[in-house]
Design a protein around this ligand. Structure first.
Ligand SMILES: *Cc1c(COP(=O)(O)O)cnc(C)c1O
Length: 354
């Protein structure tokens, strides 16, 4: 009889929210979908694609568009099938079995997942009640424990909190360990380390097209680092990791800087409105214990009744994400935000009576 190896035995497939919802505020996606003009451009490019040929292994056009968009050297960019794949590649190939990978708790769950799958010793340092990453504590921990790599998101998913560039720099400079800085939400804030990637030989910055760029469907992410790391990433990734359609869509959309900047501003406005609405409700209903300041396109709320509220929202066909004692709500269109806030008010009034 075949037996699964130990590390896989307890695993279950990733289960995102199932079912149909009228309003999806659970996955931090952009509420903008490419407009008609962009769709037309996609269609035109698609018609020219040689579907019998393998994709460009280095996704040159997409990397070039990315490099121009963010103002980084093209030679420092590696494309991945979502930044998820890049996290996997870093854990599986830049690190070796048994190496110590430092993560923080709470943070993006995929770090821990890939660390364990690739048999790293994954250490999660608690952020404590403030939910804020303590850089000095992290530096001490890295030195005392012989950590090989540290990975975290900034701004952080799920907490929505940001760490200043100054503090991130301090962490990078303090160590020879690899620092993987996931800037999936940095388009919504202004403390990016992208302009400084060429100064550090132990830094990889991860970016994704799934959030501010509004293209979660195509699965496209990027790693930005100095040549030694970039060449290593290109050498260890699977040769045709990014399919031709994705490369083409990515190159097109990243070429539309004005449109994307406009979307990003609108997303930030929407989050500010959502946050104000939630703060207003928190002042009325003690069940919303704390609304955190946000550097992202979502709002994080401490709330012991999170699960009950999530279920009640789902009954009204509104999806949000629930963590143990917290709710995470993605900013939607103004109609979606309004519908969410109205539903939440109704639920809180009912809960208050019960
Ligand atoms: C959404 C998200 C990503 C994006 O992953 P993709 O695989 O590129 O869709 C990466 N990191 C964090 C922290 C995220 O929240």
């Amino acid at each position: 009889m075949y037996t699964l190896c130990e590390k896989v035995q307890g695993l279950t497939p990733y289960a995102p929210l199932s079912g149909q919802y009228r309003i999806r505020l659970d996955a931090n996606e952009s509420y903008f979908t490419p407009d008609a003009m962009m769709m037309e451009r996609f269609a035109k490019e698609l018609a020219r694609l040689d579907l019998n040929r393998y994709p460009d292994p280095y996704a040159v056009e997409a990397c070039k568009a990315f490099a121009e968009f963010y103002g980084v050297p093209e030679s420092s960019v590696t494309a991945g099938n979502g930044s998820d794949e890049l996290i996997g590649i870093i854990c599986g190939s830049l690190l070796q079995k048994g190496d110590k990978l430092l993560t923080f708790s709470p943070d993006f769950s995929m770090y821990q997942f890939y660390g364990e799958i690739y048999e790293l010793e994954t250490l999660a340092l608690s952020k404590g009640d403030s939910l804020q990453l303590d850089v000095d504590e992290a530096i001490r921990f890295i030195q005392e424990n012989g950590v090989s790599a540290v990975i975290f998101s900034n701004p952080c998913n799920p907490t929505s909190l940001g760490l200043s560039r100054e503090k991130v720099r301090k962490l990078i400079r303090s160590t020879e360990a690899l620092v993987v800085l996931d800037e999936a939400y940095m388009d919504f804030w202004d403390q990016s380390m992208l302009p400084e990637t060429q100064q550090y030989d132990n830094l990889i910055v991860l970016k994704t097209c799934s959030k501010a760029i509004g293209m979660a469907a195509i699965r496209l992410g990027f790693a930005v680092a100095k040549p030694t790391l970039t060449l290593a990433l290109r050498a260890v990734k699977s040769p045709y990791n990014v399919n031709s359609m994705t490369q083409l869509f990515g190159a097109q959309v990243l070429g539309c800087k004005e449109y994307l900047d406009w979307c990003c501003k609108a997303l930030v406005k929407s989050r500010e409105a959502l946050q104000q609405g939630l703060e207003g409700l928190a002042a009325r209903f003690p069940a919303l214990e704390q609304v955190y300041p946000s550097c992202t396109n979502f709002v994080f709320v401490r709330c012991s009744a999170a699960k009950t509220i999530q279920t009640a929202l789902a009954e009204r066909s509104i999806a949000v994400r629930c963590f143990d004692g917290y709710l995470r709500i993605t900013a939607g269109s103004s109609e979606e935000n309004a519908a969410f806030l109205a539903a939440l008010t109704e639920i809180l009034v009912k809960e208050g009576k019960a």
